[in-house]
Design a protein around this ligand. Structure first.
Ligand SMILES: *Cc1c(COP(=O)(O)O)cnc(C)c1O
Length: 405
């Protein structure tokens, strides 16, 4: 079938086992529930596995509820800001007082995009990428005056793509730090600087980078950010989302949902809305206490492992996958749907194949490897560094090559 040089043989399983033996994070696997050790779970980019630390925090919150009833609110009221501060330094590279955990990513995106646009006088346009995650595109579409850029679907938006869309009408640019489909890693510092040069504000969605990449919000001069906690932060299904607003912007920004948890003196029950002077003004209503307990546990285990070690392993897991793709899958009609170089990728790999949907189902049923399928032709392999072994990657590719005849 192929006439060119034959592909390299590909690393063997002992090579993957040696990488596992040398893995500084190997022991973290045992800190997560694993009810079905015979199945390889490669969807941690969609829903992270359950950390025992999160289960313990949730059990503790249930006990507080049972024992303390309404008095529990003395401890729970400020959880959105407390859990925000817990993740700010180790996960987001942000000083305290700039992060809260509340609502969903979709709702936080709406709040911050509306607030940012209103804070840039005389400008109405919100710029985003046509290939961004659906909810982000829809929320911004609903705002009106949306301008789309069309970035390369594999390498993602570049500084030049963004610069071309900037003019004196643009108030806000909103992009994903790591693309949900290809895992392309955007140049946060350079894009943020270009947006600032054009007089606009920058809003990053960290859903696919928080917990798997050492985000440096303060250092990159980022204005605003949102992101999921139930992916690489392993906080549990539907756990509340993160929201970051740079200190210097907080008093200037007014979010559109005026709720009592954003009020300066909440229990004065005052007649008029008077927003809190700090990041709490971006809160709305009563916090989801059980969900926040899950975020606390997830953040604790990720912070203990440390983002530097997590990132190093993510790159190594991806590199093994790229090598195996090149050796085994490319000759069988697969194309890499992610940037080939580790430094340009987040923590998942996308594989494209004309028959991807069938292969994805067969891989789950016959191969016992859980991945996800993204219409029309993409299989995503989530390589969550705290729970994925090198031998899992090797086995998953071995089963993929057997199924993709
Ligand atoms: C997962 C994800 C979301 C999810 O938003 P929800 O409001 O939690 O449903 C949003 N944006 C991006 C980029 C995501 O990857």
């Amino acid at each position: 079938m192929t006439t060119g040089p034959s592909p390299p043989p590909g690393p063997d399983r002992p090579h993957a086992e040696a990488l596992d033996a040398a893995d500084a994070l190997a022991a973290f696997r045992t800190r997560f529930a694993d009810e079905d050790p015979g199945t390889i779970y490669l969807c941690g980019n969609s829903l992270g596995r359950q950390p025992m630390a999160a289960a313990r925090r949730i059990e503790h919150a249930l006990k507080e509820w049972a024992e303390q009833l309404v008095d529990g609110w003395h401890g729970w009221l400020d959880l959105p800001a407390r859990v925000g501060d817990l993740m700010a330094g180790p996960i987001l590279g942000a000083a305290a007082g700039q992060v809260v955990v509340s609502d969903s990513t979709s709702v936080n995106l709406y709040k911050l995009a509306m607030a940012a646009r209103a804070a840039v006088p005389g400008r109405q346009v919100v710029v985003t990428d046509a290939g961004d995650f659906p909810t982000d595109r829809y929320v911004l579409e609903g705002l009106g005056n949306r301008r789309l850029i069309t970035a390369d679907p594999i390498t993602g938006p570049t500084v030049d793509d963004v610069a071309r869309a900037l003019d004196e009408q643009v108030a806000v640019v909103c992009l994903s730090h790591v693309g949900y489909r290809s895992a392309a890693l955007a140049d946060m510092a350079a894009i943020t600087a270009a947006v600032h040069d054009a007089g606009a504000l920058m809003l990053w969605d960290l859903s696919h980078s928080a917990g798997c990449y050492p985000v440096a919000l303060d250092q990159c001069g980022v204005d605003l950010a949102v992101g999921c906690t139930y992916k690489y932060l392993c906080a549990g299904p539907g756990a509340p989302a993160l929201l970051y607003v740079r200190t210097q912007l907080q008093e200037r920004l007014r979010q559109p949902i005026w709720g009592w948890f954003g009020q300066r003196d909440q229990f004065a029950m005052g007649e008029r809305y008077d927003p809190s002077p700090d990041v709490r003004r971006f809160l709305v209503g009563t916090p989801p206490v059980i969900g926040l307990a899950g975020v606390q546990g997830g953040v604790e285990v990720v912070a203990e492992a440390g983002l530097a070690a997590i990132r190093t392993k993510a790159v190594a897991l991806g590199e093994l996958g790229v090598q195996l793709h090149r050796a085994w899958l490319a000759p069988q009609g697969f194309a890499l749907g992610s940037p080939e170089e580790g430094v340009r990728r987040g923590s998942h790999l996308a594989l494209r194949h004309a028959d991807a949907q069938r292969i994805h189902h067969a891989l789950a049923r016959d191969g016992r490897v859980i991945t996800d399928f993204r219409f029309p032709d993409t299989i995503r392999l989530g390589l969550a560094p705290l729970t994925t072994r090198f031998s899992d990657v090797w086995d998953a590719f071995d089963r993929l090559r057997a199924l993709s005849y």
